[in-house]
Design a protein around this ligand. Structure first.
Ligand code: BGC
Length: 384
């Protein structure tokens, strides 16, 4: 019988080997594409120092990743005139992220979005989670993956500069069963894409649903209502008034949830509609039209004044599109920008909310001996 500590060592070593496929530690191979610079980003309340890793490419893009919460602190990409601008909301200082953040730029886990009443049954055993959102568990609980310190390692992948973050979530952390070793590799490619590759392994059956929670604003200011969105999804998962899916996969046809052709976020968001009322706008999961596990387009967003275009690609089956409905002018972010209602939107590729309690949704169960994998890509370009 192995001790828990031996188990964790084996889990992290295995994960290390997995994420190194296609990548090498920077010290072992000179980097050809882009650069990485590191600077201190502050200390946690417990006094742990964390850093900001800036990945830059040769096409004018730059992303700042912090090993607290796996945060994307800034993401600068060119507009149609070649001027780089930050397209994500967030803060300048770590202390502000720790004090009060609606998951700005965060790595979300162990379970992205809600689990009804913080309970589910796995292999006949009931699991009780930390409840932190009305009656439900949201984004991993009181201290989710967005609030922990990750172990960083610089990598040079074939595609561009990368930083890998690793964390071992202990058995019963926030109520979840099993020691879960997680790695997330952030890469900035030469075609202006931020790519995040997640892997995880466990020593007991558990549920996993990792995602990324940047709030985007492609204009870098104002509300997001004039952004145009296309979601290749014929169905979405309607919710109850606590934002838990009812289990139905409802056709988007004839509803304000039909984004199969490019439509502005603001065009129908104010319509009289029960689902929009429950979410106070868009805060729903779209069922993306693509085969399970296959990397495919999840969303295309364009912003007419800057000319910026963002494509979201992922291997995940669902996309949570959240239109920043809980931003209310109480948080002051980077450059003194006070974040008002709908000043940013999230595009979170993931499995559907509350999957552990919904037998007809794709499974989120991870068993020992299997590897959880998820790739999310945010790719930026411009149009005239
Ligand atoms: C959820 C929202 C939630 C937000 C966090 C989104 O992923 O769908 O309901 O309020 O995250 O602030």
């Amino acid at each position: 019988m192995k001790t828990k500590w031996q188990m964790l060592t084996i889990l992290t070593a295995t994960l290390g080997a997995l994420t190194l496929v296609g990548c090498m530690e920077v010290s072992k191979r000179p980097q050809k594409k882009g650069q990485i610079s590191i600077k201190p980003f502050g200390q946690t309340k417990e006094g742990v120092a964390v850093d900001l890793y800036t990945l830059s490419n040769n096409k004018g893009a730059e992303v700042g990743v912090c090993n607290y919460g796996g945060l994307v602190v800034f993401l600068k990409v060119p507009d149609r005139n070649g001027r780089p601008g930050d397209v994500v909301l967030g803060y300048e200082a770590l202390a502000d992220y720790i004090k009060d953040s609606p998951y700005f730029g965060a790595l979300i886990g162990r379970y992205g979005n809600r689990i009804a009443k913080g309970k589910f049954t796995l292999d006949g055993k009931e699991c009780t989670l930390a409840v932190n959102n009305g009656p439900n568990a949201l984004h991993g609980g009181l201290k989710g993956f967005d609030k922990v310190v990750w172990e960083p390692r610089l990598l040079a992948s074939l595609e561009g500069p990368s930083v890998e973050l690793r964390y071992v979530s202990k058995d019963r952390e926030e109520g979840y069963p099993g020691n879960l070793a997680v790695a997330a590799v952030y890469t900035l490619t030469e075609d202006n894409a931020l790519r995040i590759d997640y892997t995880a392994i466990t020593d007991k059956a558990t549920v996993v649903n990792l995602t990324h929670h940047s709030y985007f604003n492609l204009a870098g200011k104002g509300d997001i209502l004039n952004h145009q969105v296309m979601l290749p999804a014929d169905k979405f998962t309607p919710v109850d008034n606590t934002l838990i899916p009812t289990g139905e996969l409802r056709p988007v046809d004839g509803t304000p949830f039909d984004f199969r052709t490019l439509t502005t976020i603001g065009a129908r968001i104010g319509q009289e509609d029960e689902q929009l009322k429950f979410g106070n706008g868009y805060d729903h999961n779209w069922v993306i039209n693509k085969p399970m596990g296959q990397l495919g387009l999840m969303a295309r967003v364009s912003e007419p004044t800057s000319g910026r275009v963002m494509e979201v690609w992922s291997t995940e089956p669902g996309l949570q599109f959240y239109s920043g409905n809980f931003l209310d002018g109480t948080l002051k972010g980077k450059g003194g920008w006070v974040y008002q209602f709908r000043n940013g939107f999230c595009m979170e590729p993931q499995h559907y909310p509350d999957s552990p309690n919904q037998p007809n949704f794709p499974s989120v169960v991870l068993k020992p001996g299997r590897v959880y994998r998820n790739t999310i890509i945010y790719k930026f370009s411009v149009q005239k």
